[in-house]
Ligand binder design. Structure first.
Ligand code: NDP
Length: 246
């Protein structure tokens, strides 16, 4: 028996980057996994095939995190497909880096709706199906606590909101036995934040370890929080940032 045998997980934004690594890792640990994506059906399908190739069960659901009806429907489809929901990983999110003075109303709405409202809607829908021992896991950011560079004002505001959402919800639903935690990555090499990009030099320099993190290093922490050994951890902000916020 693996630690997540007979568990069902939903990973939002699980077609690429950190979310894809989380989906594969939870499947390796025995969970049946649903992933959502907004645009890239080919990448989503590749994640499902990779999981199935190792004997796991997975499904990809097209659901834009900025669309509340689609997000709630994805939760229902997960339960319909696999019969239950034990782990929600609120990973879908993005940044539109630019000086705050140049940030448009559309930019603000986009990141708020995806990074905050979508997380709240998915969580509310998931909680209807969850029982004691279930796990809600946010993918926040180290910049939700400390902002190391200009250009991230709207993004870091959303991740600060995610942090307080996790803490408040953990407090409110503690008696249900469902835990709520916030994993806060630092610079992780993905399409969103490539280690070879213009911004990489200053982000790398801001870490204590002097390097970008890999998606599997975030997935390993999420797997621990998803598993039985994290039973007394809730309302926590767990930073996996190579020491950026040290
Ligand atoms: P990527 O852009 O590399 O991947 C994003 C994933 O989310 C893709 O699967 C994408 O699928 C999906 N996605 C994007 N927009 C939407 C949407 N509107 N609705 C549903 N799914 C969507 O991002 P990362 O893997 O780098 O980031 C994942 C999470 O980690 C985000 O919340 C991000 O803020 C956070 N994070 C990332 C860090 C980093 O350095 N990379 C650092 C700290 C936090 P598709 O394009 O097909 O829609």
């Amino acid at each position: 028996m693996s630690q997540l045998t007979n568990k069902v997980a939903l990973v939002t934004g699980g077609s690429r980057g950190i979310g894809a690594a989380i989906a594969k890792r939870l499947a390796d640990d025995g969970a049946s996994v649903a992933i959502t994506y907004a645009k890239d059906a080919t990448s989503a399908s590749a994640v499902v095939k990779a999981i199935e190739a190792t004997g796991g069960k997975a499904v990809a659901i097209k659901a834009d995190g900025g669309d509340p009806a689609a997000v709630a429907a994805a939760v229902e489809e997960t339960v319909k497909t696999f019969g239950q929901l034990d782990i929600l990983v609120n990973n879908a999110g993005t940044a539109i880096p630019k000086p705050f003075a140049e940030t448009t109303l559309e930019d603000m709405d986009y990141v708020l709706n995806l990074n905050v409202r979508g997380v709240m809607v998915a969580t509310q829908a998931a909680l209807k199906h969850m029982k004691s021992g279930a796990r809600i896991i946010m993918i926040g950011s180290c910049v939700g606590e400390r902002v190391i560079a200009p250009g991230l004002v709207s993004y870091s505001s959303t991740k600060g909101a995610v942090k307080m959402f996790a803490q408040g919800l953990a407090r409110e639903i503690g008696s249900t036995g469902i835990t709520v935690n916030n994993v806060q990555p630092g610079p992780i090499d993905t399409d969103l934040n490539p280690a070879g990009g213009d911004w990489a030099v200053s982000q790398k320099a801001a870490t204590s370890l002097g390097r970008y993190g890999q998606v599997d290093e975030v997935a390993a922490l999420v797997a621990f929080i998803a598993g039985p050994d994290s039973s007394y951890i809730t309302g926590a902000n767990l930073t996996v940032d190579g020491g950026t916020n040290a």
